[in-house]
Design a protein around this ligand. Structure first.
Ligand code: LMR
Length: 402
């Protein structure tokens, strides 16, 4: 009999982050909590549709008059608005024609198009990611054909950044390699470079032929929309050439719409045009041209003064709620009599807390309490609320004491 061509395909392990959501969805425990995936939930545990998004969708529904293809690089008004959001409206660089921004399928799609582009033109390059980094970084760059290696980043002893080790390593990265950096709200640690450290790093990069690639998925979740773009704007002002992958999954709560962008800062307008022509080729062989809805919604909000101001406020509310949850989490853990000091959680930025809980603890929390945490100990603080916080902290206390 003819054998199936797939007979020898081995089962892949579940994804370290999205696989947890699959397991969570199948879990029958009514008290279950998913602190795995990086998704913001409101005080009632719901992933909100922002009011500004609802309003933009209503307007777009009235306005949309065609379902024809978009240009390969996406909605023009979206690309322009994203460029200004990243580099600053009115900034010299935005008007210079040196920057190109193309629409992508979320931050991941932007990273992948960037990776495919780099692989085409720098096939010998190695990609350097932080230790640790977002689980999908290594997988994604390896899937694009790169060898991936790490630079020192997190210091478990201080729960902070080991900047001197990072700096020494970066200084010695061979020319031609790619350096992946988290622009703000480092995933998974929540530990970022200070402004001074960004300066030191940018100065080193200005004298090297390394290609920086900034992953910027959490704009607005640390200090503010403008403030969080610090590294991106600094690199541009220092005259570096680099890539930025950005995303509206989190700050517009548009996860399933897959709205992201890839930007290149090049040396001049003529170079930018050549790069764009090649990026379009990469997109054409990936998804041909992007979907419309999410990008139109974001463009509508960003290009309308009132809606934009309202959106900035919505992001501030999300950011403030997460800060409050960090504080409550640390306070409750202390109240439950845990000796270990978790105070560092309040110093971390963004959605995640790199808790220091080991793999065995994480496993027990899942099997005994249906509390889902990434194996590295990364906890999504943005999924905590006043209703589930006691359950979460009791579970952690029980496991840590037992
Ligand atoms: C996360 O890190 O949890 C998010 O960025 C979602 C994802 O795609 O992994």
């Amino acid at each position: 009999m003819k054998q199936s061509p797939f007979a020898k395909v081995e089962a892949a392990p579940p994804d370290p982050i999205l696989g947890l959501t699959e397991a969570f969805n199948a879990d029958k425990n009514p008290n279950k909590v998913n602190l795995g995936v990086g998704v913001y939930q409101d005080e009632n545990g719901r992933v909100p549709v922002l009011a500004t998004v609802r309003e933009a969708e209503r307007r777009w529904y009235e306005k949309e008059d065609s379902k024809s293809y978009l240009p390969i690089d996406g909605v023009p008004g979206y690309n322009k608005a994203v460029k200004e959001l990243l580099f600053g409206a009115g900034a010299e660089i935005v008007n210079s024609g040196r920057v190109i921004t193309v629409q992508a399928l979320g931050g991941t799609g932007a990273l992948r198009v960037g990776a495919d582009f780099l692989r085409r033109f720098f096939p010998e390059a190695k990609v350097w990611i932080s230790n640790p980094s977002w689980e999908n970084h290594r997988a994604l760059f390896e899937a694009a054909g790169f060898e991936v290696t790490t630079y020192p980043y997190y210091d478990a002893a201080t729960h902070g950044l080991d900047f001197s080790a990072m700096f020494e390593c970066v200084k010695n990265i061979p020319d031609g390699d790619v350096l992946l950096l988290h622009a703000s709200c480092h995933n998974p640690t929540g530990v970022d470079l200070s402004e001074e450290q960004w300066h030191e790093l940018a100065d080193v990069l200005a004298n090297k032929q390394i290609i920086p690639f900034l992953d910027f998925a959490y704009q607005g979740f640390y200090r503010g929309i403008e403030e969080d773009a610090y590294a991106v704007r600094l690199f541009a002002n220092k005259g570096l050439q680099f890539l930025v992958a950005s995303s509206f999954s989190k700050n517009f709560s548009l996860y399933r719409e897959r709205v992201g962008a890839l930007s290149f800062v090049t040396a001049d307008e003529e170079e930018a045009k050549r790069v764009l022509s090649q990026v379009k080729r990469v997109i054409r062989t990936n998804w041909s041209n992007p979907p419309s809805h999410g990008a139109q919604v974001v463009a509508l909000v960003l290009n309308d003064q009132e809606l934009r101001a309202e959106w900035v406020e919505e992001v501030a509310q999300m950011r403030d709620r997460i800060r409050k949850m960090r504080h409550l989490f640390v306070t409750k853990l202390r109240e439950k009599g845990i000796d270990r000091d978790f105070g560092f959680i309040e110093r971390q930025n963004g959605m995640f807390s790199f808790s220091g809980l080991d793999a065995q603890t994480v496993e027990r929390l899942r099997s005994e309490f249906s509390l889902y945490i990434v194996r590295s100990g990364r906890i999504c603080v943005a999924a905590m609320n006043e209703k589930n916080i006691d359950y979460i902290c009791d579970a952690i206390a029980t496991v840590l004491k037992g």
